[in-house]
Design a protein around this ligand. Structure first.
Ligand code: KG4
Ligand code: ZN
Length: 358
């Protein structure tokens, strides 16, 4: 039957996550250990440090997820684990532990594609997200827009030709030295810029130009925006004769301008993708859905911008709650449920299972 209980493991980047989810969309147990604070102190993720933290925490995270549920391992149908894409050293820890559990309890393994999991989570949160739907994934590691046709069938419409938007937020926040300001020091660059931007009195003080405007495809680009921000910051530092660790006086306005141009770029490219989907008849005319997910989808300003485009082009927008937009074990377990229904990839041949290069 397609009724099932799946344990999911996520270690592709800097979050060690585990959850137990059933086919009725219930989260039976969950646990997450974020390495964010440590990587913030290091000014970015150092892969061997992430690896060691995953190794140190994986057992506890899985045991905590199990303990928070009332589920015995015997009642779990399969173990789903992220195998790609991600940091190889990080992926390896999760895959090794997932295989260990499968061996110990004689359960099938379900290899999970991290981006597929981000895309499908919306179907757990809202019962009426049916295939096919449009999905925008924006995070620290990725930026893509695709038509999700089925559990494991995606039509890629566009992706970033350079950086991801999360990377751009993180690098600009670092260049602004925001971690030297206590209230911004313990949150991600994207969260810091969103918070600072909300206090701006003149969001158009700093001019930014929208990238790829002349291109009729659905690709994205963020590295030029990062450069534009750096030039503005440099100019301010000179003008105000700031010391090396000085913060520019117009920090809030700069953050607002940067967030605005990222939003405008995302909206512009999503609109192009919608027009393309319309032209090719890729989505049902009377039931069009845009799913947004990934860490950057936590940004309320960006979500509001996208909501305006959706309203205009008659799309329903679905955004999972913030804790399901960022990396977590629930989305992996849910993807396992969806794969269990279709049987795609489910295997008892553990020797055939490994992490995969992106
Ligand atoms: O999905 P995620 O947890 O990890 C992956 O990259 O897969 O996303 C993390 C990224 C970081 O770059 C962070 O700066 C960004 O998401 N982020 C945000 C916000 N919250 C997190 N970016 C903009 N606004 C936010 N509120
Ligand atoms: Zn992710």
């Amino acid at each position: 039957s397609s009724n099932c209980v799946i344990l999911g493991i996520e270690t592709s980047c800097d979050d060690t996550g585990c959850a137990i989810v059933d086919s009725q969309c219930n989260i039976l147990g969950e646990s997450l250990n974020s390495q964010q604070l440590i990587h913030l102190q290091n000014g970015g993720i150092i892969p061997p440090i992430a690896e060691n933290l995953h190794r140190k925490n994986i057992e506890n995270v899985v045991n905590n997820a199990l303990a928070s549920s009332k589920v015995h391992f015997a009642d779990i149908d399969a173990v789903a684990t992220t195998v790609t894409p991600g940091l190889p050293l990080s992926l390896k820890i999760g895959v090794k532990y997932g295989k260990y559990l499968c061996k110990k309890y004689n359960k099938p393994f379900i290899p999970i594609h991290h981006m597929e999991a981000h895309a499908l989570t919306a179907r757990m949160c809202k019962k009426d997200v049916n295939f096919p739907f449009l999905v925008l994934l924006i995070s620290g590691g990725h930026c893509l827009i695709a038509v999700c046709k089925d559990v494991n069938k995606f039509l890629l419409l566009g992706e970033s030709i350079d950086d991801s938007p999360g990377e751009a937020f993180d690098k600009v926040a670092r260049r602004l030295k925001m971690k030297n300001i206590p209230e911004f020091s313990t949150i991600s660059g994207g969260q810091a810029i969103e918070l600072a931007a909300s206090r701006a009195d003149n969001p158009i003080q700093f001019k930014f130009s929208i990238p790829l405007l002349q291109y009729k495809d659905c690709n994205f680009s963020f590295s030029g925006l990062k450069t534009q921000a750096k030039i503005h910051i440099q100019r301010q530092e000179k003008q105000h004769n700031l010391p090396p660790d000085g913060i520019i006086p117009d920090l809030y306005n700069l953050c607002a301008g940067f967030q605005l141009v990222i939003t405008r770029h995302l909206c512009h490219r999503v609109q192009r993708a919608m027009e393309f989907a319309e032209m090719k008849g890729l989505l049902p005319r009377d039931n069009k859905t845009l799913v947004i997910s990934g860490g950057v989808a936590c940004n309320n300003f960006i979500a509001k911008g996208l909501q305006i485009i959706c309203k205009e082009l008659e799309y329903k927008m679905v955004r999972p709650p913030p804790k399901l937009c960022t990396d977590n074990g629930v989305m992996i377990a849910w993807n396992g449920v969806e794969r269990w229904r279709t049987k795609a990839g489910v295997t008892k041949d553990l020797d055939s299972v490994d992490w995969q290069k992106s």
